[in-house]
Structures are given as C-alpha cells and as structure tokens.
Design a protein around this ligand. Sequence first.
Ligand code: AMP
Length: 430
Amino acid sequence: MTTPPVSAPSFRAPKGTYDLLPPQSAEHLAVREALAAPVRRAGYGYAETPGFEQVELFARGVGESTDIVTKEMYTLTTKGGDRLALRPEGTASVLRAALEAGLHKAGNLPVKLWYSGSYYRYERPQKGRYRHFAQVGAEAIGAEDPALDAELIILAVDGYRSLGLTGFRLLLNSLGDRECRPAYRAVLQDFLRGLDLDDETRKRIEINPLRVLDDKRDQVRARLGGAPLMRDHLCEACRDYHDEVRELLGAAGVPFEDDPRLVRGLDYYTRTTFEFVHDGLGAQSAIGGGGRYDGLSEMIGGPALPSVGWALGVDRTVLALRAEGVAPKVPPATEVYAVPLGGQARRTLFSLVTELRRAGVAADFAYGGRGLKNAMKSANRSGARFALVAGERDLAEGVVQLKDLHSGEQTAVPLSAAGEEVRARFGSSS
Ligand code: AMP
C-alpha cells in the first residue's frame, strides 16, 4: 500500500498586501530614495523606530476617535501582557523616540528627522489602499516658524518633481491653534448638531467635530454646505502665520490650492495642514500629507514642542508615476555579465567580476556551468550592456572577448587591462 502524496500547502501574501520583487521592486526603491533625497540635503537625520509600539501611544497620539485607532490598528497582547500595535503611522513613534533620547534637550532645535518603512492599517483593500504600505516621512521637532512648514512642503514637492511627477496638486489649510480653535469648534458643533446625521457621526460631533468636515460619504457631504469654516475664525497670529507659509511657497514656485475643508484623519494637527493629491489615482488620491502638530508632544507626556512633519506614500507615488506613464530612473541591475567557457576561464572571470564589483561596476556571472548559448541568453536577459566571454584559447592568448550586447560588436581585450577597459567604456557610454 502506498500513502498518497501530501500536497504542499500553497501560501499567498495576506489579504491587502503584495510582495515587491524584481523588476518592479527597483521602482519602489527608486521612489523611496528620490523622496528622501531632498530632506537628507536639508539637515534631516535618519531615524528608525520599531515596527510596533504600545497601543496607548497611538491612542493618545493619533486620537481615540480616529478610524486609524478605532478600526484600523493591528493590536496584540504579548505573553508578558504588553498591549502592542503594529505602527499605523510614523509621527507618534518618531516623536516618542526623540523624547526618549532627549534629542530636544541638546539645545539645537528643531530636531530634524526623516524615516522610511512599513506601516500597517486594517483597511478595506482596494487599488492604492493596502494593509501594509510604505511611507517616507520627515519631522521637524521643537520650532514654530512658518519657514519650517514651508521648507517641508517645498522638499516634498522637490521629491515628487525629481521623479518626473507633474500631475499632483497641493491642498493647504490652517486648523488654527489653542487660541482660536476652541471657539470655532463650538460654532461648528452648534451647526452640526442641527443636521440630520447618523448616530456614529453624531457621536463624532461631540468628540471631534472637525473630522465630520473630512467625511468622504456623499450623504454627509451634501449636508455640510453652509458649515462654518476655520479660515473665517482664525486668530490674528494664526492668520499671519498661515499668510507667511503661503507667501514662502509662492516665492519658491510651489503652487497650492486653499482647501478650507481639509482636516485629515489624525487628531493632532494644528495650524498648517496639507495634502498632496494626484488626479490619476481614482478614490485613493492622496499621495502624501502632513502638517503642524504643536500639541502632540504634551499629549504623549513630553514638554511643549511645536513641530511639523509629513508622510509621503511610496506605493501611491509609484501608482501615480505609472498613471502618468513616467518610469523612475532605475540604475541597471547588471552592467557587465561574465560568461566563462571551461574551468580555467571560470576562475579567471570570477576574479575579474570581483574586481569590477569592487570598482563599482554592477557585474554578474553565469553560474551553474551552462553552455555558451544559455549563458548568453542570461546575459541578454540581465539587461547588461557588455558580456565578458573567455575560453581556454582566449586565456592562452591572454585576452577576454568584450561583447557590446547592444551593437553585437566584439573585441579582444588584454586580460590585464579588461577591468580598466570596461570601466572606461562605462565612463563614455553613460
Ligand atoms: P496618512 O498618515 O494617512 O496621512 O498617510 C500618508 C500617506 O500614506 C497617504 O497620503 C498615502 O499616500 C499613504 N497611505 C496611507 N494609508 C495607506 C494605505 N492603506 N495604503 C497605501 N498608502 C497609504
């Protein structure tokens, strides 16, 4: 009797997630690098925090009434009894880390940090909305200066533009501060209480009425026509601050649209609030966003540290580039592909490949002892510009064949000069 073969389980990436694999993964990497490059040139230092934090940090930092905290957090209780959440966003973690390390006490404010990584939200998956996604973020902690708000917005725009992205718009608003927002909040609550709204929204009116303005449902939006707007209730300091941000953006050639209803889904914003939207993406059009969060530090147990920051979505920026038909510049994975014929050639070309890599040339090698035809196929598939081919006879003559895979032209190059020759050709061909 034979036992039936046990079929191997077939696993798939969890719902709402996808894998990044070559060649598309190179696009994501290029987008991350391009979005981070401007902040790195502007004095922002790299920060990396754990993928999970205490639930309470997000509950307090992001807001108890937000969708992110009430519906979208992945939470778990450890064997030791700690309640943790996979991070749904970066700001609260980065601020927690800066406070814990006392970076704000070094006397050099603002503390400027950038970061990049994975974030997790239990959302209903659709195109552009995933349960695992990537962001590049930047935070400037501990200074209140409209130039800092403008700086961050300009740096985000520079990042998008450096990728060749053009079809995005910047929406800008001010949410006021602790001087003027409470009075506005009361006026807004009065207005909203008079509307015919569902129970959940009515609850929200009492906890965070500003977020009702941010409701995306048509039946709610239709009722908000005459809602009072923050911009008509800003105190003088907030108005002056906002005017200066707008002026600095104008001077930097950064167009924006005033959007008096822009609130965003997180509770901690004050004054400057902004979002980048791309019209080629359908419903999930936000490719990045951020703002000033002057009260967050105190909410999570720190001193008063007025701060501003943003997070740009890597996945959606990739989708936006595709929608525009723009391919980010991706460095070639392989520039030179070595094809040895025979044991001696294997050792010689392997050394040559090592030498080229050490000199900064992206080089690969035909492993597995395949025949010339198969190896040349791999060379072509690798995207390499040149193949280095050598057999016993070439080695006896002290040469390798350098084949230009674009033109097909092949030349014998002295072995001792092969590394230099390849490097010189890249100098002239790139
Ligand atoms: P937020 O923290 O919600 O302001 O998100 C900042 C940016 O991250 C957004 O503008 C999106 O580009 C991106 N983002 C947020 N949530 C998701 C998601 N579920 N899937 C993909 N990208 C997201």
